[in-house]
Design a protein around this ligand. Structure first.
Ligand code: PLP
Length: 409
């Protein structure tokens, strides 16, 4: 496996053409910028990967770049390349640099600003690596970094140190998989394996089948899930042959990276439906991003859109303090305000957990609006979603003592 370079993991093979829907945005964009491509090519995930927008010249053919964007693209030096699938580019505003999806993928000068508290590996994942590419932080589960390849590169990536063109300490190979598998095999307390990367759904079907099969062969591994952005940015990857392969490895869950309601296109609807129809429970994970999705209204529309596509909102993450991320990070209150704006105001299933992945390797720490007001004698005082105070009799407890207005009536 030679996907430590920024190239698709396998050379394209001849395959039976599968049908995949073509949305309005795709149709108009394809006609204008990829007129020579057939619909069969456009809806082929390998064509999408081969035709990713990666250079300044390719960006300028499509976008009216600001001076800031142009300069940021030219001076890029780190491992995190620019990479946007044509499918996903079609959803971005070609003229407006403040467009939400565009900001998540086209670099700006602020990416080169280092501010206090930032680090290349803020979560201390390298420190918690049992073997290269395997992070063992929690007692019963591991994070398995299966590849360094992604179909698109998010500018706020937590693993920008190791994805894309990273070399050196971050290589991904079959021998690395073998070492990770051997570690899992030797540690019977591991009952849950989270395959991430890079993006595991960029791995070719046969290799992913092999990896899932190896994991399934380990008796104590009960729960396997994939963390992926592919269904959102490269929906045509969710082929019938992929879902047929995945369903052999049940119980298999998938956490899908979603950022904005504008991503929920007809193509994405089809991709999520194929996964759900394959019996795969779907959860979402979203990074809270300043000026991109940091409002109750945007989040509510997105969570509703996810529910309608059979995806349970799972995590809303405070943006990790990765180097050069200050322009993406909101104050912590913003996330709490969003949860407060959802809980009680809409379907409970639509409310994700807001978490901070603690810098230094503390793991995910949930944050909630303050619903416990205090205590009054035998009663706990609670605030509901409308701000009204309610009492709950708790004569044997001490919960809420020393908090808030203990003498409120
Ligand atoms: C997020 C994460 C997990 C999975 O955590 P859950 O709360 O079970 O979703 C496991 N290991 C690492 C290192 C993680 O960052």
């Amino acid at each position: 496996m030679a996907d430590n370079t920024d190239a698709p993991p396998l050379r394209p093979k001849r395959r039976r053409v599968e049908r995949f829907p073509l949305g309005e945005a795709s149709r108009a964009f394809k006609k204008r910028f990829f007129a020579d491509a057939s619909v069969a090519e456009w809806t082929d995930w390998r064509w999408q990967l081969r035709n990713r927008i990666r250079s300044l010249a390719q960006l300028e053919r499509i976008f009216v770049l600001s001076e800031d964007e142009r300069e940021a693209v030219s001076r890029r030096t780190g491992s995190l390349p620019v990479g946007i699938t044509p499918y996903y580019a079609a959803l971005m505003d070609r003229e407006d640099p403040s467009d939400a999806l565009r900001r998540t993928h086209i670099p700006v000068g602020q990416e080169y600003l280092r501010t206090p508290g930032e680090a290349d590996d803020p979560l201390g994942e390298d420190h918690d690596s049992a073997v290269p590419g395997l992070v063992h932080r929690y007692p019963d589960r591991v994070l398995f970094l299966s590849t360094g390849f992604c179909s698109t590169y998010c500018r706020y990536c937590t693993r920008s140190r190791m994805v894309g063109e990273a070399g050196g300490d971050y290589q991904f190979s079959v021998s690395q998989w073998d070492r990770a598998l051997a570690y899992i095999e030797a540690n019977p307390q591991i009952r849950d394996v989270l395959l991430s990367g890079g993006d595991p759904l960029t791995i070719a079907d046969d290799k992913l089948d092999y990896l899932l099969g190896r994991l399934r062969a380990i008796k104590h591994v009960e729960f396997i899930r994939l963390g992926t952005k592919v269904p959102t940015v490269l929906p045509m990857r969710i082929t019938k042959s992929l879902t047929k392969m995945l369903r052999k490895h049940h119980p298999l869950w998938i956490s899908i990276h979603v950022t904005h309601p504008a991503e929920l296109t007809p193509e994405v609807t089809e991709a999520y439906a194929r996964l759900a129809d394959a019996g795969i429970p779907l959860g979402s994970q979203t990074v809270l991003l300043k000026g991109i999705n940091d409002s109750v209204d945007t989040m509510k529309r997105m969570m509703h859109g996810l529910l309608m596509r059979r995806v349970k909102p799972y995590y809303l993450y405070q943006c990790d303090p990765i180097t050069g991320s200050a322009h993406f990070r909101t104050p912590v209150e913003k996330g709490i305000e969003i949860i407060q704006g959802l809980r009680g105001h809409t379907t409970g299933y639509a409310v994700p957990s807001f978490v901070i992945d603690a810098p230094g390797g503390g793991g995910k720490i949930p944050l909630l609006p303050e619903y416990l007001v205090g205590r009054d004698g035998d009663d706990v005082l609670l605030r509901n979603f409308e701000g009204n105070i309610y009492r709950y009799p708790d004569p044997d407890g001490n919960f809420g003592a020393g908090k808030g207005p203990g003498t409120a009536s």
